[in-house]
Ligand binder design. Structure first.
Ligand code: GLU
Length: 298
């Protein structure tokens, strides 16, 4: 192990839309080991921002499952549902700076332009320079610059997007009144002083816009590492929607062994108990062994 890096602050940020499954557990294991093997901190943030999509009891279940696996987090768990004032303050700052604007367009109007990007429809910019007379804002959007924004991911390598063409001005406060994940995640990572984001590769596509938002809010530089996507035999990302089964804390040692294997770390057969597996993983962990590409979970 190298010298402890006291400035390293990592986090795991599950959304309680379902229980932990093999994919989310593997992400938690990777982000935990990267933080702890560097002597850094590891924070836990519950991203309970979207009540209609949440599953009753999932937040508590996720915490109990993480405990049963032996994860130890620093400080209290942070709940996004209790941080709306921070998101409001950030939006107000962005509006004051001229970076955010109210948008009166409906989903149908946006689709009618037919501009498809890397992550859904690209907003055509209709309300960018002001709302048409008689219109009121439904959602609030961030203006993105007409340029390429790239970054060096510690596992995936260089990744860049042309923000206006690939993503477009994106939503910060949704028309249904809920805060967008994109805003909350950046505000919280800045506010909690996170230095290193280690998360699943499904969020790679969100990263350039999050880096732009971070810049607009005056946040410091941050490092990213996107762990391989966990997919089922049909090639779909494991999720509640693709019916990924919840992991069982009763089988914690077996599940941890499998998660380590998916991350390129095959624990020897004589390393058996949960405590032994963690201790083996902490001494052997190296990002250089983690595969970048998708991992199939049968
Ligand atoms: N809450 C997000 C999810 O569960 C993760 C956010 C992040 O790690 O940036 O997919």
């Amino acid at each position: 192990m190298s010298a402890p890096d006291f400035s390293y602050r990592g986090r795991f940020a599950p959304s309680p839309t379902g229980l932990l499954h093999a994919g989310s557990l593997t992400t938690a294991v990777g982000s935990y080991l990267e933080a702890r093997s560097r002597g850094g901190q590891w924070l836990l943030r519950m991203e309970d921002l979207d009540p209609p999509r949440e599953m009753p009891g999932a937040a508590t279940n996720i915490l109990r499952t993480l405990e049963a696996f032996g994860f130890e987090w620093d400080g209290e768990v942070v709940y996004q549902s209790q941080r709306h004032h921070l998101y409001r303050a950030a939006l107000e700052q962005l509006i004051r700076q001229g970076d955010a604007y109210g948008c009166g367009c409906s989903r149908k109007e946006i689709s009618a332009h037919g501009l498809r990007g890397l992550d859904g429809m690209v907003y055509p910019g209709t309300c960018r320079h002001g709302l048409a007379p008689g219109r009121s804002p439904r959602a609030w959007r961030l203006k993105v610059p007409d340029r390429t924004l790239g970054f060096e991911d510690r596992l995936q390598g260089y990744y860049a997007q042309q923000l206006q063409q690939d993503i477009g001005d994106f939503v910060l406060l949704r028309a249904d009144g809920f805060w967008a994940y994109q805003l909350a995640v950046v505000v919280d990572d800045i506010e909690q002083g996170i230095s290193d984001i280690v998360r699943g590769a499904d969020l790679l596509v969100s990263t350039p816009r999050q880096l732009w938002l971070r810049q607009c809010l005056g946040g410091p530089a941050i490092s990213h590492c996107h762990l391989p996507l966990m997919v089922n035999l049909a090639g779909e990302k494991l999720s509640k929607q693709t019916l990924a089964p919840a992991i069982s804390p009763r089988l914690a040692a077996d599940e941890l062994r499998l998660a380590l294997l998916r991350l390129g770390h095959a624990a020897p057969a004589d390393v058996q108990s949960l405590a032994e597996l963690w201790s083996w993983a902490l001494t052997h962990w190296s990002l250089s062994r983690v595969p970048a590409g998708p991992v199939v979970i049968g």
